[in-house]
Design a binder for this molecule. Structure first.
Ligand code: ZN
Length: 215
């Protein structure tokens, strides 16, 4: 099964997408993680991506498309995959469909997580991420046991440079503009989920709607 997640930055879609991928036993493909990885390796794409991300903007379509296309045509994606952060606009969704047709596949379901803007801003500005294992914490709702240390591996936590209120507001505006076109594009496969609930409840509704039983 090939599943795409749509939702505002901070809607919790990354967490849900990763969980679903685990249950389906298929790769979880996050453009955010892939780009941050490129940045930390200081690759050509990474250096380019860095300047865009720091300004709260988005990496150009062409770069993201070729990165994703290469990833989803790898062997481990043969049983399907779950995408987070891609496609972001109709240029990307068309490019993805084209790439899928080439390998005789199609996007099966599109999960759209609905969360009000105020909630999104609160979630993101309190978010801290582990430098090493990338685990997420929330200073208010899911704080680490020790200050500024990851519960899982003990490494240092940091605030992503694109997680400030200013860049969030900017990202949210871009997001709203582009999401409507994606919802229209995928309307025949779209599953809308109320994302303003507890993590577990959201996960359960996603499973039910996708009819994923092994959970
Ligand atoms: Zn960690």
């Amino acid at each position: 099964m090939i599943v795409i997640f749509l939702g505002a930055p901070g809607s919790g879609k990354g967490t849900q997408a990763e969980q679903l991928a685990k249950h389906l036993n298929v790769p979880f493909i996050s453009t955010g993680n892939m780009l941050r990885e490129q940045v930390s390796q200081s690759s050509v794409l990474g250096l380019k991506a860095k300047s865009f991300m720091e300004e709260g903007g988005l990496v150009p379509d062409r770069d993201v498309i070729s990165m994703i296309k290469e990833r989803v045509t790898q062997k481990d994606c043969i049983r399907g995959f779950v995408l987070d952060g891609f496609p972001r606009n109709s240029i990307q969704s068309k490019a993805l469909d084209k790439a899928m047709i080439e390998i005789n596949r199609e996007v099966n379901k599109v999960v759209y997580l609905e969360v009000p803007k105020e909630v999104v801003i609160e979630r993101i500005s309190f978010r801290r991420v582990c430098r090493r294992c990338k685990a997420n914490f929330h200073l208010k709702y899911a704080p680490p046991r020790l200050e500024n240390k990851c519960d899982a591996c003990g490494s240092e936590l940091y605030q992503r440079t694109d997680d400030t209120t200013e860049t969030i507001t900017k990202r949210y505006a871009i997001y709203l503009e582009q999401t409507q076109s994606l919802k229209d594009y995928y309307q025949d496969r779209l599953i809308a989920i109320d994302g303003n609930r507890r993590k577990e409840e959201i996960g359960q509704s996603i499973s039910e709607k996708l009819k994923v039983t092994a959970r």
